[in-house]
Design a protein around this ligand. Structure first.
Ligand code: ZN
Length: 436
């Protein structure tokens, strides 16, 4: 009798689990409409992201500012409430609140993340972390290791996991990689290992810090689509439902640098990961794909006037200005000017050269990138984030909920509703800086 009861319960459990919805949640950091359209224009094709059947628009403000940073933006996207700039996974008063990934984990889901930054950076950390200051990445690494929230972890940043004596940044002497191995994680660091790994719990850290920008990443580090594909394989193989978060982490940084070439290439890398997610979901039939950004970066505009963008010129660009400056020294005037012609097809005047020459070297990368962007026809208003709304795209079961004008906190609420994972009431945070 006891056994029959157990078997019945087990069958109910298996039935619930086998019908539970998988979620692939892809976030382009700093990506809004114009970053996507810039890449689409320069590629000369419609991006995969733009083909998803349902679209919405979301506001991104935090609890204390119209202009969010990635920490409260990630918290809003993954936990459904507003918090202060710099805060991760805690209310404005510092109280920790669970993310949808933590809730799903405790309901039996497999959880994964694939990013091109350190896995302790603000967006991935918002899945599992609870700190008032996003810079506390050594604490976030400990929270990741000890919580066991995330089963498949692909990205960079092993330095946050090991002591200073071993080349890391930990001053508490802990080796979290060893801790995670003892909890059953397989630790991998190379593309070859990524290609062959079969474990359902994996810590894959492919760089000491962030992965290199995709524009000059060597084949020694994986691309986002490859990490996404492997994560989906590992997360789905035991038949349990899963949630995977994928971040195009460096769209934001290229936009901070006002580098149109860098934004173009980072968006394309992200879009390739979206394609992998869509193909999985189309085949699987029980997977919801959500694609969005966490905020806009740079105040990117798709013209500097004259009713035009010099698309042909932009397409011929040879790299980011970071790559350019690693090869050309501004002190060498003739070579520098010839280099700009060679790399970006632009001719500059003596006066323009003198203006660039006056820029302090630590600002030259972004000032040169803005200068080159403007010559090509792309404008920027800031080296920081903006309050511009961002698009939300959805495909799969429940995708029809993603329409109209919404807030970033609405997305996890919808996910909880359609996965029937939790009836928790999300905290309502009164925002002070936003005016709402
Ligand atoms: Zn961000």
């Amino acid at each position: 009798m006891k056994l029959r009861g157990f078997v019945l319960l087990f069958l109910v459990f298996v039935t619930i689990i086998s019908f539970a919805l998988n979620i692939i949640y892809l976030v382009g950091d700093g990506m809004s409409f114009n970053q996507l359209l810039l890449a689409s224009i320069l590629e000369g094709r419609v991006l995969t992201t733009m083909t998803l059947p349902y679209t919405a628009i979301q506001t991104t403000y935090s609890a204390d500012s119209w202009v969010t940073d990635s920490a409260p933006a990630g918290t809003a996207l993954f936990a459904g409430y507003k918090t202060l700039n710099s805060a991760i996974g805690v209310l404005p008063n510092g109280t920790p609140m669970p993310s949808i990934f933590e809730i799903a984990k405790s309901a039996g889901y497999n959880i994964g993340l694939a990013v091109t930054c350190r896995v302790t950076h603000a967006t991935p950390a918002s899945m599992y972390g609870h700190v008032t200051n996003r810079n506390d990445e050594v604490i976030l690494a400990k929270q990741l290791a000890e919580s066991g929230t995330v089963d498949v972890i692909f990205g960079g940043g092993w330095d946050m996991f090991v002591p200073t004596a071993q080349g890391g940044r930990r001053t508490d002497g802990l080796n979290l990689i060893e801790v995670m191995k003892s909890k059953g994680y397989e630790y991998i660091t190379t593309v070859e290992q990524l290609n062959t790994v079969q474990s359902s719990k994996v810590l894959g850290l492919f760089a000491k810090g962030h992965l290199d920008p995709v524009s000059n990443r060597s084949s020694a580090q994986p691309t986002l689509d490859v990490m996404t594909k492997k994560a989906l394989e590992l997360l789905s193989k035991d038949g349990k439902p899963f949630m995977l978060m994928v971040e195009g982490s460096q769209i934001d940084w290229e936009a901070h640098s006002n580098d149109f070439y860098g934004v173009w290439k980072e968006v394309v890398e992200f879009d390739n990961a979206v394609k992998v997610a869509l193909e999985f979901a189309a085949k699987d039939g029980n997977t919801l794909v959500i694609v969005t950004g966490d905020h806009e970066t740079g105040g990117l505009s798709l013209s500097k006037g004259g009713y035009t963008i010099n698309v042909e010129l932009a397409r011929k660009a040879k790299g980011t200005t970071q790559m350019f400056l690693s090869q050309y020294n501004i002190a060498d005037k003739e070579k520098f000017i010839a280099g700009l012609k060679e790399w970006y097809g632009i001719s500059i005047t003596d006066a323009e050269y003198e203006n660039l020459r006056q820029i302090p070297s630590n600002n030259l990368r972004r000032e040169l990138a803005r200068f080159v962007s403007e010559k090509v026809g792309f404008g920027w208003t800031t080296f920081d984030h903006t309050a511009a709304p961002v698009p939300v795209y959805a495909f799969g079961p429940g995708a029809h909920y993603f329409t109209g004008f919404m807030d970033n906190t609405d997305i996890p609420k919808i996910i909880m509703k359609i996965t029937k994972l939790s009836a928790i009431s999300f905290p309502e945070v009164k925002t002070t800086g936003s005016g709402y």
